[in-house]
Every structure is written in structure tokens, then in C-alpha cells.
Write a protein that binds this ligand. Structure first.
Ligand SMILES: [Zn+2]
Length: 136
């Protein structure tokens, strides 16, 4: 929980690590910053929006997951060849997408390490919790 920003009254996600909180009634609450993943999807959406014409051409690519780099039947590269799309636009689209992928890979690695740490933490907490309660 955090204070609202004075400027626009918006809140900020304050959960930046995972935590296991045992409640007095025996229930366990997992506090997790799951919304950080949404942020990345949002960025990918922003890429599609700012390169809408590339998205339009890519609908005619032979492969649905076409990267418009060297796949056969790429409608985006054809559009460049036919002068319907500026080569510089495609280049900047690909540059931004590579940056996004790079970020995504880094995030995934980071997330896996965090999940492993969390699993260990949960196991330890559960053991402690049940030992305290007098169960095995
Ligand atoms: Zn393509």
C-alpha cells in the first residue's frame, strides 16, 4: 500500500517482491507483483499501434509470426520493394521490436530466478508455519 500521487491522484503498484503472509485464521496470502507482466504486453501493443501500416501489410505475410526479415512470402518486404512502405519505417519497426524482445527475454530470466527464490521461500514458510501449528 502506498500514497496517491499528488499530481493526478493515481496510485502506484508497490508490490515489487513476492511474499507469503500467514493469516491468524490459518489462511496464507501470496502477495505478488503479477501486474508487471501486463506492462510488457502494453508495450507490445504500443508498437503495433505506432506502426499500424506495417501491421496492416503483415496480415498478408505467409507466416503469422513473420518477422519481416527473411521469410518467404513476406508482404511487408514486398510493400517496401513496391514503394508502398518506406524502408526506414520497417527498419525502425524492427529495431524497436528487437529491443522489446531483448527486454522480454531479460524479464523472463529475471522472473524465473524470482520464482525459484519464491518457491524456496514458500516451502520454508510452510514448514515453519506447520511446525508452529504442531503439524508435521
Ligand atoms: Zn512479413
Amino acid at each position: 500500500v502506498g500514497a496517491l500521487r499528488a499530481g493526478d491522484g493515481k496510485g502506484r503498484h508497490t508490490t515489487t517482491h513476492r511474499e507469503l503472509i500467514p493469516l491468524p485464521n490459518g489462511a496464507l496470502v501470496i502477495d505478488t507483483p503479477g501486474l508487471r507482466e501486463l506492462q510488457l504486453w502494453g508495450e507490445e501493443e504500443a508498437l503495433s499501434t505506432s506502426f499500424a501500416e506495417i501491421e496492416r501489410f503483415s496480415a498478408d505475410c505467409r507466416f503469422r509470426d513473420c518477422t519481416h526479415e527473411r521469410e518467404p512470402g513476406c508482404a511487408v518486404r514486398s510493400a517496401v520493394a513496391e514503394g508502398k512502405l518506406a524502408a526506414a519505417r520497417l527498419e525502425s519497426y524492427q529495431r524497436q521490436r528487437r529491443e522489446l524482445r531483448h527486454l522480454e527475454v531479460r524479464n523472463t530470466h529475471h522472473q524465473r530466478a524470482e520464482e525459484r527464490r519464491f518457491d524456496k521461500h514458500v516451502q520454508k514458510s510452510l514448514r515453519r508455519h506447520f511446525r508452529h501449528k504442531g503439524r508435521p
